[in-house]
Design a protein around this ligand. Structure first.
Ligand SMILES: [Mg+2]
Length: 228
């Protein structure tokens, strides 16, 4: 099997540890560049917006639009978000490293993540994820579907033999389902909060912790063999 993972809130614990720090530092950067807002109010407001938001970038965008900030502040904010200071710690989700190591012995693994190339690789490195376990690691700013297809072709896998695991149904799983892959919804971060009824059609499996994948894949193999 080929298993393609999302990064943020699927392999690493972004929303609990990283997002709050990113917001605080971004607000500080905006203020130091001349945006006239109260720091505590701004942080409180952005956390409020983020609860219903699809990404931290969208939250910052909405916050700045709401206060009619000049365009320059959007640029400052987006830059600040992806150039965080070195001392930031990044953690994987529970059992991520051992699960990945185990899976890599029997399957091909890949990561497709949205965002800034440098920052995404920095996060992988800081979280201590062993990149040698993955046949492909792709950072994209566009739809993930194209990358899923490309990876499957490059590694020689059909959609029937491909699983995609991510926390966001809309961006990680919907594009995968459209091309016939099996989907695993990681209920973490934004994936925990934003789940619409129609998402059920897109999600084949739901997990609360990464090691549950081992069970899903074993079950799948058993069922296949039983049919023979
Ligand atoms: Mg994610």
């Amino acid at each position: 099997m080929l298993i393609i993972f999302d990064l943020d809130d699927t392999l690493i614990d972004t929303s609990r540890y990283l997002t709050p720090i990113v917001f605080k530092n971004t607000i500080k950067e905006l203020i130091s560049n001349g945006l006239q807002i109260d720091e505590d109010w701004a942080i409180k407001t952005i956390f409020q917006i983020d609860k219903k938001s699809i990404s931290s970038k969208e939250s910052i965008k909405k916050f700045l639009s709401d206060i009619f900030a000049k365009k320059i502040f959007f640029d400052i904010a987006f830059k600040a978000m992806t150039s965080q200071k070195n001392e930031i710690k990044i953690f994987t989700l529970k059992n991520a490293k051992s699960t990945l190591r185990y899976l890599s012995k029997a399957h091909k693994l890949a990561i497709v993540t949205k965002g800034d190339v440098k920052f995404q690789f920095e996060k992988i490195k800081k979280a201590g994820i062993d990149t040698s376990l993955f046949s492909k690691i792709v950072v994209t700013k566009k739809s993930k579907q194209l990358e899923y297809k490309r990876i499957m072709k490059d590694l020689g896998y059909e959609s029937l033999d491909t699983f995609v695991c991510g926390d966001r149904v809309e961006y990680d799983l919907k594009p995968a389902k459209k091309i016939g892959c099996s989907t695993i919804h990681m209920k973490w971060g934004r994936g925990k909060k934003i789940f619409k009824n129609e998402d059920r059609k897109v999600v084949d499996y739901t997990i609360n912790s990464l090691e549950e994948i081992l069970k899903i894949l074993d079950t799948k193999i058993e069922v296949k063999n039983a049919g023979k």
